[in-house]
Design a protein around this ligand. Structure first.
Ligand code: DHB
Ligand code: FE
Length: 442
């Protein structure tokens, strides 16, 4: 058992986890639609016809038509979502809960008045639980991290590519810095890129400010940031691996926000263009990972570095033989605002690259104030690079990294461009176990 899913052993109980959420995605979204009076009216007028408008499996539709909530839960429904459906039909929570127990409404009500259901006869089978813990061997095959790419994600680079300006004297040296990485990607194409970037007030505005967002969706459209969407392909996600990473990281106390639907902006698409060029379809699946570096408080370098380490454990415990790269984007020094706009600090940037390679744990201790003072207000994007660096195998001594390419150039628009390619050389015997049994649970 790779991850702790022992909650599945609680009798008479369905825990709504990432697998269930994926299974019930459209069913639950259908339920949400019933929060609008006009949709409720259409549903009640012809339930089958309204259900047919949704991309639901027949089992899901039938469960609702039969008012069989146990079946709806098996099909990925969650009680708080299904409650919207129940409410549209005039059912109370007590009626809905009682309908799943095999009791009549009156019997269930009487049981609750009598003090509720007893735990006796409703406990976990501890023999089964102990057997589950005993079966904690690492998976026979698993995903590996093959490398890390670090790069600026300046939107003007995307615009230069999209408008055929790559040969202009201003841009030519910038793109030349990426020739190595383009070939390196071709030579050992990963299956999935875990792409750390920041959304720039595109998918997330002042109405919601999540610190860490993991994209668990199947696909993400290219955002329109005001100039029209970039003429690049949309992104295909990897919901299976992303759900596994979500489970592992959250169990390791990284309280992520999971997002299934969001447009992705230049922070994500420009690095893809730099690595893969002008293509009709991106040659890899992408798991977007957004870090809030727009509104303070933003996460520390130390937190990002630790997250990277937990990310490696998550990826290496996924039981499919995928090749995964982790990319860190943004930076290097830049300030896009105020009288100090245009700040560039070559010395600090290059020291950052040196330390990123040789002493990432030390670099992780650098406080925000230093980034802002030395690298400019938007230079804070560089904390994201520590996530990708933390995911390399040399960090805990279990493997090594090799610097394949390093590049630095000023300017691209308002920034210094920095770029680094690290090959990860894990020692596979050392790959970490996914989870130890929780203390006190046995
Ligand atoms: C610029 C750089 C960025 O990282 C960004 O997100 C937006 C603009 C720039 O230099 O123009
Ligand atoms: Fe940026």
């Amino acid at each position: 058992m790779a991850l702790d899913r022992t909650y599945r052993l609680v009798p008479g109980t369905t825990i709504f986890d990432a697998d269930q959420a994926a299974k019930g995605y459209h069913l639950n979204q259908f339920c949400m639609s019933l929060m609008k009076a006009e949709n409720r009216a259409r549903f009640l007028a012809d339930q089958r016809a309204y259900l047919d408008e949704w991309p639901l499996r027949e089992e899901q539709k039938q469960a609702l038509l039969d008012r069989d909530l146990n079946a709806a839960m098996r099909e990925g429904g969650n009680i708080y979502f299904l409650a919207k459906w129940g409410a549209a039909l005039g059912l109370s929570f007590q009626q809905m809960a009682g309908s799943m127990t095999g009791m009549t409404e009156q019997e269930y009500r009487d049981m609750m008045v009598g003090g509720g259901r007893s735990l006796e006869g409703n406990r976990i089978d501890h023999a089964v639980l102990d057997a589950a813990y005993a079966d904690q061997a690492p998976p026979a095959e698993h995903a590996v991290i093959t490398g890390a790419v670090f790069t600026s994600h300046v939107p003007a680079i995307g615009a230069a590519l999209d408008h055929g300006k790559t040969e202009e004297p201003y841009w030519k040296p910038v793109f030349a810095g990426y020739d190595y990485a383009k070939q390196w990607e071709k030579d050992d194409l990963p299956d999935v890129v875990f792409l750390v970037y920041n959304d720039h007030a595109t998918a997330f505005d002042s109405s919601i400010i999540p610190t860490f967002v993991l994209g668990t969706g199947a696909a993400y459209p290219t955002a329109d940031e005001g100039y029209g969407p970039r003429p690049v392909p949309g992104i295909e996600g990897d919901p299976g691996l992303a759900a596994h990473i979500a489970h592992s990281l959250i169990q390791d106390d990284f309280d992520l926000t999971l997002v299934n639907e969001m447009p992705v902006d230049h922070g994500l698409t420009v690095p893809l263009s730099l690595m893969f060029g002008d293509v009709a379809k991106w040659p890899v699946k992408v798991i977007p990972f957004h870090v809030n570096v727009v509104q303070y408080p933003v996460p520390s370098g130390a937190r990002c570095f630790k997250l990277g380490q937990a990310l490696r454990k998550a990826i290496e415990s996924y039981d499919r033989p995928l090749k995964v790269q982790v990319w860190g984007t943004g930076g290097m020094s830049h300030q896009l605002q105020g009288p100090r706009a245009g700040l560039i600090n070559r010395e600090w940037d290059n020291a950052f690259l040196d330390k990123l390679i040789e002493d990432p744990a030390g670099l992780a201790q650098v406080p925000h104030l230093e980034y802002v003072e030395q690298a400019g207000s938007e230079g804070i994007e560089l904390v994201m690079w520590l996530i990708a660096r933390g995911a390399m195998s040399d960090v805990d001594g279990s493997g090594q990294v090799e610097v394949k390419h390093r590049f630095y150039h000023v300017p691209a628009s308002n920034t210094a461009v920095g770029h680094l390619v690290l090959e990860n050389q894990p020692s596979l015997e050392n790959h970490p176990r996914a989870v130890e049994p929780a203390e006190g649970v046995s």
